[in-house]
Design a protein around this ligand. Structure first.
Ligand code: AP5
Length: 217
């Protein structure tokens, strides 16, 4: 099986995007609902404007918008291994996704204090690369911006929204025996090692994988 489907769940700033981008170099298609929404905003459509207002409040985009984006991405990338980064975020979204095969739901575990520190230092390159002004600064000459939702007030709202949904998502994927966790508080390389261990249990070597049942953590 070469079409593994992984879900990354975690608070804002837990490193989901960073790890998904790293795994994109191993052949995974990185499907970030946040990035897809930001693309809609940049396209300037009426729907994009609606989404921008929601993101600025730290709220959640409507399910109809999200489901359409995910369905479209799944069709376009059929047959490829995929990572859903930041989807699902609610039990309704998880129930919708349950009609598709999923191989692992990975929860990024980290404290609120740590993610708030990370989000305060995050900047993004024009190509989408993720930097930390202290730990992983953009190379000299590289242009970068702060995301519109990277302000302390919005961070707190997004974090609160996440914590309200987390237990239900955790229960949902534990019941379905798909739940795995990573200690996302560790340095980048140590989180990457944990991901590699989980992938090796799914027997994914970057080119080919063999289906295998995994147990819940
Ligand atoms: P989205 O863009 O998905 O944001 P998020 O889930 O809140 O997550 P972030 O992108 O902020 O953080 P991350 O976990 O990817 O961390 P990162 O790798 O950047 O969503 C934005 C908005 O879109 C939502 O608020 C919502 O409005 C809407 N939306 C999205 N999906 C939706 C859905 N399914 N339904 C409805 N609405 C939806 O890392 C953060 C920083 O930490 C970086 O600076 C990085 O360099 C650093 N870092 C990463 N890992 C480490 C490490 N191990 N050690 C030290 N520093 C690290």
């Amino acid at each position: 099986m070469t079409d593994l489907r992984l879900i990354f769940i975690g608070p804002p700033g837990s490193g989901k995007g960073t790890q998904a981008k790293r795994l994109a170099s191993r052949g995974f298609v990185h499907i970030s609902t946040g990035d897809l929404l930001r693309r809609q905003v940049a396209a300037g459509s009426a729907e994009g404007q609606e989404v921008l207002q929601i993101m600025r409040r730290g709220g959640l985009a409507p399910d109809r918008v999200i489901f359409e984006l995910i369905e479209d991405a799944m069709v376009r990338h059929r047959g490829s291994p995929m990572i859903f980064d930041g989807f699902p975020r609610t039990s309704d979204q998880a129930a919708w996704l349950a009609s598709f095969r999923i191989d692992m739901a990975c929860i990024f575990e980290i404290s609120d204090a740590q993610v708030l520190r990370r989000l305060g230092n995050r900047v993004v390159g024009m190509d989408g690369a993720i930097y930390d002004l202290e730990l992983l600064p953009p190379p000299p000459g590289v242009q970068y911006i702060r995301r519109v939702d990277d302000t302390p007030a919005i961070h707190r709202g997004r974090l609160q929204n996440y914590r309200e949904q987390e237990a239900q998502l955790r229960d949902f994927y534990a019941r379905n025996k798909l739940l795995q966790t990573v200690d996302a508080s560790l340095p980048l390389g140590r989180v990457a090692e944990q991901m590699e261990t989980l992938l090796s249990r799914l027997r994914y070597d970057g080119k080919q994988s063999v289906p295998q049942c995994i147990s819940s953590s």
